[in-house]
Ligand binder design. Structure first.
Ligand SMILES: Cc1cc2nc3c(=O)[nH]c(=O)nc-3n(C[C@H](O)[C@H](O)[C@H](O)COP(=O)(O)OP(=O)(O)OC[C@H]3O[C@@H](n4cnc5c(N)ncnc54)[C@H](O)[C@@H]3O)c2cc1C
Length: 299
């Protein structure tokens, strides 16, 4: 990322919300479930699967977590009714993790139980390091009792290789990603190449242990190394998938799909788009150009 872009990233919180919204709209399917359904249907016709995410995080009121559970139940009903090829992704802090771990586990369980009724699957996103232990506990508990649930591990975390050793022996499913939260060096690898190296090591460890691997990246180098590992370990197509974010590098998505790989797109929707969009903009190497253009257009 250029110096100018890095400078803009540090001042992003000062950019008016309307401008951020305009630039970040490419990352969000829209405000409503209908918007999200339209996006998923279009992805399905292009040969990609989806995972639907209800935007929101860090709730401190039980009613908000319960409203999110109700929305996820609506999501499963829509997926079944519209025959969409999609599962869901959930954030533990939207489902009450910062209120109480037991309450959060009960909320996640309602989503997982609903998914099972619909023959579907739930992926638990991984948030910042204050949530890692509790998220893994909730995942392991629900995996043992339901099975149709997976989790995420972040390649930048120093603990990830040992977390892989603690995964359930049978039927584990892990999305491996670089990691997006700002963590201290004591907890997370910092170098760009170091994180890549740990990503490749983690992915190979997942494959060797027989874990279903969801390879989440837009980094062409990592996509290439992943294809190489899939080939080296003769992984059948139904034992792994690639994953990408809605609004990022559609060309790489089409290349991987055309190569015969299964690929799932993360499709967030809802009104609480700001924190998610800010994280995406921080990663956009052309953020400055987009923000400046939106500011000029808004005049
Ligand atoms: C499906 C999916 C789910 C994820 N779930 C989680 C999670 O649960 N927890 C978590 O901590 N992180 C999650 N992430 C985010 C992840 O950790 C990374 O922060 C993010 O994917 C960027 O890393 P990268 O591997 O794409 O490599 P990068 O080096 O960041 O990006 C590679 C290239 O992709 C393009 N690119 C990347 N991001 C953008 C962007 N926002 N806008 C425009 N171009 C871009 C650029 O060309 C860039 O050079 C998820 C990512 C994906 C794809």
């Amino acid at each position: 990322m250029s110096v100018f872009n890095r400078l803009l990233v540090t001042t992003l919180p000062l950019v008016p919300k309307a401008i951020v919204g305009r630039v970040a709209s490419r990352y969000v399917a829209g405000g409503t479930l209908d918007d999200a359904v339209t996006t998923v249907r279009s992805l399905n016709t292009q040969g990609a699967m989806a995972t639907l995410d209800v935007l929101g995080e860090e709730v401190h009121e039980r009613a908000k977590a319960e409203a999110a559970v109700a929305e996820y139940i609506r999501v499963f009903e829509a997926i079944s009714a519209q025959k969409l090829d999609s599962n869901v992704s959930i954030k533990p802090t939207l489902l009450g993790l910062k209120i109480d771990e037991g309450f959060c586990r009960d909320c996640v369980e309602k989503v997982v139980a609903t998914a099972r009724e619909h023959g579907n699957f739930v992926r638990i996103d991984m948030e910042d390091r204050s949530t890692t232990d509790a998220t893994l506990r909730i995942y392991k508990d629900l995996h043992a009792r339901y099975g149709n649930v997976g989790v995420v591990l972040q390649a930048y975390m120093r603990r990830t290789l040992s977390d892989i050793e603690e995964l359930p022996e049978q039927g584990a499913s892990v999305r491996i990603c670089k990691g997006i939260y700002v963590e201290p060096r004591t907890a997370a690898w910092k170098g760009y190449e170091t994180v890549r190296a740990n990503y490749v090591a983690a992915l190979e460890k997942l494959i060797v242990r027989g874990v279903y691997a969801a390879i989440a990246t837009h980094d062409e180098y990592l996509a290439c190394r992943a294809v190489e590992l899939v080939d080296k370990h003769r992984l059948p197509r139904d034992r792994y998938e690639f994953q990408m974010l809605h609004g990022v590098d559609d060309e790489l998505r089409r290349i991987l799909v055309a190569g015969g790989h299964r690929l799932r797109v993360y499709v967030p929707y809802g009104r609480d788009w700001y924190p998610y969009s800010m994280r995406r903009l921080r990663e956009n190497p052309e953020v400055a150009r987009h923000v400046l253009r939106a500011m000029l257009a808004g005049r």
